[in-house]
Design a binder for this molecule. Structure first.
Ligand SMILES: *Cc1c(COP(=O)(O)O)cnc(C)c1O
Length: 425
């Protein structure tokens, strides 16, 4: 019998099935992507999407909240437990709105903010000029060191003392090394800034004990919930008790309307998964896999920004290979390996046609792949890079990739809307 989606909208049904199959038959190395468990998928597709619940527990503007209140409280309690935070707001629609809410809680338009330059690995929302954060605030930005590709804390301190920003950001989207949150906290204190830590990429590593936490050091910690944390697409803000009210008021009524309750429930499920011991294993395996992948890529002559990785992410500078990131990314995709092209620090090419390739290991780790598969992936990447025009080679590798993916089935990708025997706990 066809599902109701197949019967009612065969076109969308087919496209979802095709995308699901694509995810299950390619090696997905985009470091911000993952596979959620079937349990998280199920909660995301639930009737909770029907309910309006503006406000917070005990202060809602609509009736009928007896179950929604319990779901949101569970998500909050689990977030506080997983991250050791005094306060958590689980309503932000995604990472960017979470950051916007953090600004709204503490800043006025025109205030000076200091974040990391986008080509150095910073996020759009940390003051990049095309973003609302760069337009509504007076943004100054630090870069990584040109030689080492790493954050130079002396440079950050010097700049912060000279600029005296209202907000100092740590965190980014293309940072392959451990972020020294306690050093950032000290600098923020010295220059009188609020310290905002954005852990969107590394939240799962922090939850699993594979990266130091900024919780307790930063005034505000923002995150997405769908990257290494392996929950539904969403955002979250953590703060000390002192800042709790300001954060909550900024999210609602400051920035958003009704929370996405289906997402909140799915987040609660993901956080429950993050409370299990298996999540620690997963987080540490992500790092081991990234190190194995990086080491093999280096052997093949790939130049890695900062020389390697401490976390889930590897940034390849292709300048020495005389290959633009886009050209290699497209060739790799034909070979069944999905990555994204990315700026590298001090890139001389444009952000939409940059010199780098950004890869990471969260999704393949969730599938259960280990160091052996990482070596294989690096070898495939090298073969493709050595002859980007060879479509026969790409087809051959795509077939080999499909075989590997069969051996490591991803949760939620075996059926149209996805139930799978393999669930990621
Ligand atoms: C992904 C990311 C965001 C934005 O998250 P969205 O959910 O895409 O809006 C914010 N900050 C950092 C550091 C990120 O990596």
């Amino acid at each position: 019998m066809p599902s109701s989606l197949e019967a009612n909208d065969p076109t969308i049904s087919r496209l979802i099935a095709q995308e699901t199959q694509r995810q299950g038959s390619k090696i997905r190395l985009i470091p911000s992507e993952n596979f959620v468990s079937s349990a998280v998928l199920e909660a995301t597709g639930s009737a909770l999407t029907n309910k309006y619940s503006e406000g917070y527990h005990g202060k809602r503007y609509y009736e009928g909240q007896e179950f929604i209140d319990q779901i949101e409280e569970l998500a909050i309690d689990r977030a506080k437990d997983v991250f050791g935070s005094a306060h958590a707001n689980v309503q932000p629609y995604s990472g960017s709105p979470a950051n916007l809410a953090a600004y709204l809680a503490f800043c006025e338009p025109g205030d000076k903010i200091m974040g990391m330059h986008l080509p150095s690995g910073g996020h759009l929302t940390h003051g990049w000029k095309v973003s609302i954060s760069g337009k509504f605030f007076n943004s100054v930005q630090y870069q990584v060191d040109k030689e080492t590709g790493r954050i130079d804390l002396d440079h950050v301190r010097e700049m912060a003392m000279k600029e005296r920003p209202k907000v100092l950001w740590a965190g980014g989207t293309a940072v392959p090394r451990t972020i020294d949150f306690s050093a950032f906290a000290e600098i923020a204190k010295e220059c009188g800034a609020l310290f905002f830590a954005d852990i969107a990429h590394i939240a799962g590593l922090i939850a699993g004990g594979a990266h130091p936490t900024p919780v307790g050091l930063a005034d505000v910690v923002t995150t997405t919930t769908h990257k290494t944390l392996r929950g539904p697409r969403g955002g979250m803000i953590m703060a000390s008790e002192e800042h709790a009210k300001a954060v909550d008021r900024a999210v609602f009524p400051g920035l958003q309307g009704g929370p996405h309750n289906h997402t909140t429930a799915a987040l609660a499920v993901a956080l429950h998964e993050a409370q299990q011991d298996s999540f620690k294993t997963y987080a540490h395996q992500i790092v081991s896999n990234a190190k194995a992948l990086a080491a093999r890529l280096s052997e093949h002559g790939f130049e890695l920004v900062s020389g390697g990785t401490d976390n889930h992410l590897i940034l390849i500078d292709l300048t020495n290979k005389e290959l633009p990131g886009k050209v290699l990314a497209k060739a790799l995709d034909r070979a069944g390996i999905v990555s994204n092209y990315n700026s590298v620090p001090y890139d001389t090419r444009k952000p939409f046609d940059p010199s780098g390739l950004r890869i990471g290991t969260p999704a393949v780790t969730t599938q259960g792949m280990g160091e052996t598969e990482m070596v294989k992936i690096a070898d495939w990447m090298n073969e493709v890079a050595n002859s980007v025009g060879d479509e026969g080679l790409q087809e051959r590798i795509a077939g080999e990739v499909r075989e590997v993916c069969k051996a490591f089935p991803a949760p939620g990708t075996s059926g149209t809307c996805g139930t799978s025997a393999h669930t990621a706990a």
